[in-house]
Design a protein around this ligand. Structure first.
Ligand SMILES: Nc1nc2c(ncn2[C@@H]2O[C@H](COP(=O)(O)OP(=O)(O)OP(=O)(O)O)[C@@H](O)[C@H]2O)c(=O)[nH]1
Ligand SMILES: [Mg+2]
Length: 449
């Protein structure tokens, strides 16, 4: 019998309401002792006075919810106490719970672990729930919500079931004679696996959109010194986040800010102006600028409209398909800003007057959306863990299919590849071989901390 656990389910600190959750076989006894009467009707809020089970002192007036196993978050009997959210009230209730025999404080993530172990959630749903709690923008919330509802897990389960069926048919071929099996079974298995392989390939070819949306798009502002990169950064941050000056080479460190652009999360970095310098610290700044730009999802190249060279060579070298080009200080240049540069459309910008800023943000929003939005209707993998398992599944299917064409006969060897592929899909949802994954997934999970 697992122990009964309790913990503050809401955040630490003062608030109007705090929620304490109790889960396990002793939850019913604990709740009735707190209420000094029978537990209320399940799944209906009940306002009642809570007493200390030992001293009989009044603890608080609370809204109590009672859930009977298995219809609860953890799948066990669960009591939820919605108490006043002051530190002393919370402390008093937790202390009173600790005074009851057979109850103990939950480990971080333990409620969710029990929900998983009792089959209430699969691993992708657990991750989706964690992402929902972490989500900061609308698009992130939507993705996390879909995942926590089980959309991604259901897809992988469906694929896994198809593979297991193919495997069963394939193994039947090894064990039975041709006369005992339906005609053309072999080809049916191969066709089914080939089709599934294609679907997994397409799912993987999503350009990491799900992962990007979860982590936020990394945007590097690059360009020559004095172009107005830090000035632009401050406008985006809506505060004086970085130092601006007319001395070329002001910014040295990479400074990052989080931004919500039309519901999509953006991590924007202001970087040192790119130039060859003899100053050791500036050299390091330029090195860091290049490194950040190298790992960025998008780059915004800002050129100095007041500079005689305008398009400096160091920045030109870094332009690629994921770069937006802007010429700043249009207030100085006026209509001399060219429309395009080496095939890149050029945005005319004046951070000082605000001209062109809106167009820049619009263009940026389009690019960010492109990088996050799935091209297919279905859900996208949202973690490296999903992608890596899918890649191993893809490789196993690839081996299976290429070998079959060469030999065209079933063998134990080939069945093993199908088994491997199914196992990799199972690892994503936690259907098989999960022990080594559990700790990693639950460790940082904050529900029930
Ligand atoms: N006229 C004009 N000046 C600007 C504009 N934007 C920025 N500046 C000025 O250009 C100078 C350099 O601005 P910064 O934002 O520090 O430039 P930076 O690109 O960060 O420069 P480094 O950090 O040295 O690489 C400052 O004096 C700004 O006030 C603009 O749109 N028009
Ligand atoms: Mg700067």
């Amino acid at each position: 019998m697992s122990e009964t656990i309790y913990a503050l389910a809401s955040a630490q600190g003062r608030a109007g309401v705090a929620v304490v959750r109790v889960s396990g076989q002793k939850a019913k006894l604990a709740l009735s002792q707190f209420m000094q009467k029978d537990v209320p009707t399940p799944r209906a809020a009940k306002l009642c006075r809570l007493f200390h089970p030992q001293s009989g002192d009044v603890l608080d007036d609370a809204l109590v919810l009672w859930f009977v196993a298995p219809k609860s978050f953890t799948g066990e009997d669960v009591a939820e106490l919605h108490i006043h959210g002051g530190p002393a009230v919370i402390e008093g209730v937790l202390e009173a719970l600790s005074s009851l025999q057979g109850l103990r404080l939950a480990e971080p993530g333990e409620f969710t672990r029990r929900a998983f172990e009792n089959g209430k959630l699969d691993l992708t749903q657990v991750e989706g729930l964690a992402d929902l709690i972490e989500s900061e923008t609308e698009a992130q919330r939507k993705q996390a919500q879909r995942q926590s509802e089980g959309e991604l897990g259901a897809l992988y389960d469906h694929w896994r079931n198809r593979l297991v069926r193919s495997l069963a048919h394939f193994e039947a071929e090894l064990d039975f004679s041709d006369e005992e099996l339906p005609e053309d079974l072999h080809n049916q298995v191969i066709d089914g696996v080939r089709e599934l392989h294609g679907a997994i390939r397409a799912h993987l070819a999503d350009g990491r959109r799900g992962e990007r949306l979860r982590n936020g798009i990394r945007l590097a502002i690059i360009g020559p010194p004095n172009a107005g990169k830090s000035s632009l950064m401050n406008v985006l941050a809506q505060r004086e986040a970085v130092i601006v000056s007319d001395i070329a080479g002001t910014t040295r460190d990479v400074v990052e800010i989080h931004m919500n652009l039309g519901g999509y999360p953006l991590l924007v970095a202001d970087t040192a102006g790119l130039r060859n310098s003899t100053d050791e610290i500036e050299q390091e700044g330029v090195r860091r600028a290049r490194a950040w730009a190298d790992g960025a999802d998008l780059k915004l190249a800002v050129f100095d409209g007041s500079s005689p060279t305008l398009f400096d060579a160091e920045t030109l070298k870094l332009l690629d398909d994921y770069t937006l080009v802007a010429v700043n200080k249009a207030d100085v240049l006026g209509d001399q800003v060219p429309d395009s540069l080496e095939g890149y459309p050029v945005l005319s910008l004046s951070v000082k007057s605000g001209a062109g800023l809106e167009a820049l943000l619009d263009q940026l929003a389009v690019r960010v959306k492109e990088q996050c939005q799935s091209q297919s209707e279905g859900p996208a993998p949202t973690r490296a863990r999903h992608r890596e398992a899918l890649q191993r599944c893809d490789q196993a299917l690839e081996r299976f299919l290429s070998r079959d064409q060469a030999i065209h006969m079933g063998s134990e060897f080939e069945a093993e590849d199908l088994r491997l592929a199914a196992r990799e899909l199972g690892r994503i949802t936690g259907r098989v071989d999960v022990e080594d994954l559990l700790d990693v997934i639950f460790r940082d999970f904050c529900i029930g901390k």
